[in-house]
Design a protein around this ligand. Structure first.
Ligand code: GDP
Ligand code: K
Ligand code: MG
Length: 301
């Protein structure tokens, strides 16, 4: 085949790492939009979420297709198997891999290292949360990682404070292949609007309930109707047990009302329109272990 024209760069950038290291925070900073939900709880992200950024770098237009992924965990449920399939798929497509770690993590025997065999793409080791660290520790971690995986680059950042993210961006863009764009310029993501509506409700569940409730919950958008002046959204919150339904609803419906109003606000920001949100809570026993349910909820590549 003929050599690619050197007038456009485009490629897939996979963001991987353990739970809670800041993958989703970084994705949002890099894309400049809140595409991916963020909480302090592990396993908040369950899907592969693509965020697309178009721009120009040193006179050459580019399209970066970032993939945020679930944190790498040992599967305990069928749901986790499917989450790990998203991680592997994202690695296999990658032109550049951002392996996100936080400074506190050990490099030796790291769970993500075996997965790196699935890619030939350059690996950029991101040392996140430098706001919680110091120079001495950073130097030590850099040496540790160099010994363990010899990445193409090691870049310390704070995704939360948007510190040194420009250096990371430069490291990504210079490794992006020359290739025509994969998506139309006005596309922000590969996911439908309903997906983001359900993720916003899920984020509020993660932020407002404790223990097993967030992990036992799933959100299905059964109606998404765009009118001239507003969007009507019906969200079904599924839990595994009847007792959990009561907790979600709360006394006199207070908790459900709280997450509903928080979710509605975020939806209005995200969609740029007034939102009417209706919520229902249903019991779907053991949905995390049922293949047909997982398929129905979109946990399939
Ligand atoms: P993920 O599970 O890897 O996607 O991590 P998240 O993006 O959901 O972030 C997990 C937690 O780490 C959240 O509470 C974030 O606010 C926090 N976090 C992310 N980046 C940073 C950072 O650079 N510094 C600090 N101190 N916290 C961060
Ligand atoms: K998280
Ligand atoms: Mg995440």
């Amino acid at each position: 085949s003929p050599a690619p024209l050197r007038d456009f760069r485009a490629g897939f950038v996979s963001i991987i790492g353990k739970p809670n290291v800041g993958k989703s925070t970084l994705m949002n900073v890099l894309v400049g939009e809140k595409m991916s939900i963020i909480t302090s709880k592990a396993q908040t992200t369950r899907h592969r979420i693509m965020g697309i950024l178009n721009g120009k770098h040193e006179g050459i237009p580019f399209q970066l297709v970032y993939s945020d992924t679930p944190g790498v965990v040992k599967p305990a449920y069928k749901l986790h198997d499917s989450m790990m399939t998203f991680v592997k798929g994202s690695l296999e497509d990658a032109d550049v891999v951002l392996f996100v770690t936080e400074v506190g993590e050990k490099a030796a025997d790291h769970e993500v290292i075996p997965l790196l065999q699935r890619t030939n793409a350059p690996i950029i080791l991101v040392l996140n949360k430098i706001d919680l660290s110091n120079e001495e520790e950073l130097k030590r971690k850099t040496e540790e990682w160099e010994k363990e995986i010899q990445p193409a680059a090691i870049i310390p950042i704070s995704a939360l404070l948007n510190a040194n993210v420009q250096t990371l961006f430069d490291a990504i863009i210079t490794r992006l292949p020359f290739h025509p764009p994969y998506f139309d310029e006005d596309e922000l993501t590969d996911k439908p609007e309903r997906f983001f509506a359900s993720e916003i409700v899920r984020e509020k569940i993660f932020l407002n309930y404790r223990q097993e409730i967030p992990y036992s919950s799933e959100v299905v958008i059964s109606e998404f109707k765009e009118r001239d002046d507003m969007i009507v959204i019906r969200a079904e919150i599924l839990v595994e047990r009847k007792s959990q339904k009561g907790i979600i609803i709360g006394e006199k419906g207070a908790m459900l009302k709280k997450i509903g109003s928080e979710a509605r606000k975020d939806m209005e920001d995200f969609f740029g329109k007034k939102v009417f949100l209706e919520q229902h809570v249903k019991v779907e026993p053991d949905w995390r272990s049922k293949e047909n349910k997982l398929r129905q909820f979109g946990y399939e590549e």
